[in-house]
Design a protein around this ligand. Structure first.
Ligand SMILES: Nc1ncnc2c1ncn2[C@@H]1O[C@H](COP(=O)(O)OP(=O)(O)OP(=O)(O)O)[C@@H](O)[C@H]1O
Ligand SMILES: [Mg+2]
Length: 362
């Protein structure tokens, strides 16, 4: 096992920069998750650590060793790709054993480890099959099993559960977490799945256009997002963003207004009347009486999800061609119809302020 340290890593392809000045250190045994929109550089970071991509600038360390010039096969990392590849002529058992055999493990130990991994990933009944006789989800679990059986110093997992159905995904995610608790192998994990990111990560790294936006625990990036990009990327449904101006302690949102909470006044921009973005999560908006309302919205879409109901509302304003949208969650027994006018209250202590152009938090 080993820490993984990226020190100002940049990777350019010709004139375009895929990742820019990436610096972080994953402590020995930690589980870090990389998230961000498509094309933000997640796979490039993993491939760089694996040694499948050279770095253009910067230094990369695994353990205490500088590995910029170390060949991929000598880095003792195991990578499971988005598009995993199994050895087609080998059985599942031989695929699982592949990395172990390469390192001359004793036969009995090898056997025991393969059986344990196959059991935990629910592929023990498939050991004699060839990859072409497996479903996509089964192949993906074999690829994962092959990496786990090897017990490398570092795991690099690039959307390893993307081909699994919802139930299997939940089960395998829990299994991965347990395997990590058991073996404590330093892991970098890429996913598009919010639940995976939140449940697996010791720390989440949020990336956008090849640059780090924030590194923090799942709770930190959710509750204290560094900027608008992080705020709207983490969380489902995402944080609502409203355009507003403020003047003398009053926020104006289109034709409506409400008083700015005292603790936010200090954070407000110096220029009165300046455009700001207000951020509020759906779970921090509540239906209230007309007198107690901060805003009134018109219900556009009602989506009952069983445990709660998701409401998409708009702020009616004839001056806008596209009205501002606000999502909120209500209890499942609240009866709402499209077209209803809804008085809403915001948890003002949960209100975020972002600079309208850069998205930086005030
Ligand atoms: N071999 C390459 N040649 C040129 N550009 C590349 C190459 N590989 C990646 N890129 C570019 O680098 C950027 C980052 O790509 P990367 O594959 O790391 O994104 P990603 O975050 O993994 O996206 P996704 O979520 O879609 O898998 C993209 O703009 C991509 O087009
Ligand atoms: Mg990718």
């Amino acid at each position: 096992m080993a820490r993984v340290k990226l020190d100002n890593i940049t990777r350019r392809f010709g004139g375009s920069t895929a990742i820019h000045n990436i610096t972080f250190e994953v402590p020995d045994g930690a589980f870090w998750v990389l998230v961000g929109p498509s094309g933000c550089g997640k796979s490039t970071i993993l491939r760089t650590i694996a040694g499948l991509e050279p770095v253009t600038e910067g230094n990369l360390y695994i353990g205490d060793a500088l590995v910029n010039q170390v060949a991929a096969r000598d880095r003792d990392v195991a990578m499971v790709f988005q598009n995993y590849a199994l050895y087609p002529h080998m059985s599942v058992a031989q695929n699982l054993a592949f990395g172990l055999r390469m390192r001359q493990s004793p036969v009995a130990e090898r056997q025991a480890r393969i059986e344990a991994v196959a059991r935990s990933l629910d592929i023990a009944h498939l050991l004699d099959r060839k990859p072409r006789q497996l479903s996509g989800g089964q192949q993906q679990r074999v690829a994962l099993g092959r990496a786990i059986a090897r017990q490398p110093r570092v795991f690099l997992l690039d959307e390893p559960l993307s081909n699994l159905d919802a139930q299997l995904r939940d089960d395998t995610r829990a299994e991965l977490k347990q395997l990590h608790q058991q073996f404590g192998i330093t892991t970098l994990y890429v996913t598009h799945d919010q639940v995976e990111a939140m449940t697996l990560a010791d720390k989440i790294v949020v990336l956008h256009q090849g640059q780090i936006q924030q590194i923090g625990t799942p709770q930190e990036v959710y509750a204290q997002p560094a900027n608008r990009m992080v705020a709207t990327f983490i969380g489902n449904p995402p944080m609502n963003i409203l355009e507003a101006t403020w003047n003398d302690g009053i926020f104006r949102v289109d034709t409506q207004k409400f008083a700015c909470p005292g603790e936010l006044v200090d954070a407000l921009p110096a220029t009165k009347g300046q455009l700001v973005n207000l951020g509020i999560r759906p779970e921090h908006i509540h239906i209230t009486s007309p007198e107690a309302a901060h805003l009134h919205i018109r219900v556009a879409v009602v989506e009952p999800l069983g445990r709660e109901t998701l409401v998409r509302g708009i702020l009616p304003d004839s001056a806008r061609t596209i009205p501002q949208v606000l999502h909120l969650q209500t209890a499942p027994d609240v009866v709402l119809q499209p077209g209803d006018t809804l008085p809403i209250r915001l948890d003002l202590e949960r209100l975020f302020l972002f600079e309208a152009t850069t998205g930086q938090r005030h």
